[in-house]
Design a protein around this ligand. Structure first.
Ligand SMILES: [Zn+2]
Length: 232
């Protein structure tokens, strides 16, 4: 049976730019891919675009990117910059995990300067716990996520130590195309050149892992323990 990879981010750009390479490759390998953004990222609006209108542009870009990759895109629309660190939000994320029966989850690493990214990291950990909790009654049946990874994001770089390299050579072009759906990708709305950064990063991570293009992921520290009966 095809496994489902779910990318959960604070903002749509984080989902597609930092987790989309892995999602694109997972789909190419025969799996299912789902994006979940907790906000529309509407406060990244440039000075000449009203916040609400920018939110709609972000929604349209997300649906376009998902269609291109053959993925689904879920949007929870918490206010950008104000993602609440509340059980209710963790339960909403839990509901999306259960709905899509996510086997593998990628989300933000905690070492971020951005409060939305930090809150997303914490909410996802709680959501995974709730998703698997048999006595937590929600609309869909309990579902256990098997693996949790953290994404390589320029804003979450504090103590980010990758231990997993994923070959995304086959999906690189599609991922770049999907990212280009966003108005911010080429630095049109701010100072940061996302396209240059994330395309170069895939080359650099590829150099370190022996692939043409790769993304680096960090495993949840508690999942890194190996239990052996012998070292042979
Ligand atoms: Zn973000």
């Amino acid at each position: 049976m095809a496994t489902t990879l779910m990318a959960i981010a604070a903002h749509p750009g984080d989902a597609v730019f930092t987790m989309g390479g892995a999602v694109a490759q997972h789909i190419q390998n025969g799996g299912k891919g789902v994006f979940l953004s907790l906000t529309l990222g509407e406060r990244g609006a440039p000075a000449d675009v009203p916040v609400e209108r920018y939110g709609e542009m972000q929604r349209a870009a997300s649906l376009k990117a998902a269609k291109l990759l053959g993925a689904e895109f879920e949007l929870l629309t918490y206010p950008d910059a104000e993602i609440p660190l509340k059980d209710q939000a963790a339960q909403s994320v839990c509901d999306v995990i259960r709905k899509h029966q996510a086997d593998i989850v990628i989300t933000h690493w905690s070492g971020s300067w951005h409060k939305d990214h930090q809150n997303c990291h914490l909410l996802v950990r709680d959501a995974i716990f709730y998703a698997g909790l048999k006595t937590m009654n929600r609309q869909d049946a309990p579902h256990a996520v098997r693996k949790l990874f953290y994404a390589d994001n320029w804003e979450d770089a504090e103590n980010f130590k990758p231990d997993t390299y994923l070959d995304i050579t086959g999906a690189f072009d599609k991922w770049m195309q999907a990212s280009d759906a966003y108005p911010m990708w080429r630095g049109q709305t701010g100072f940061f050149r996302y396209n240059d950064y994330y395309s170069s990063l895939a080359v650099m991570r590829g150099c370190l892992s022996g692939f043409k293009y790769a993304v680096a992921l960090m495993s949840e520290p508690s999942e890194r323990i190996t239990k052996l009966r012998t070292l042979e």
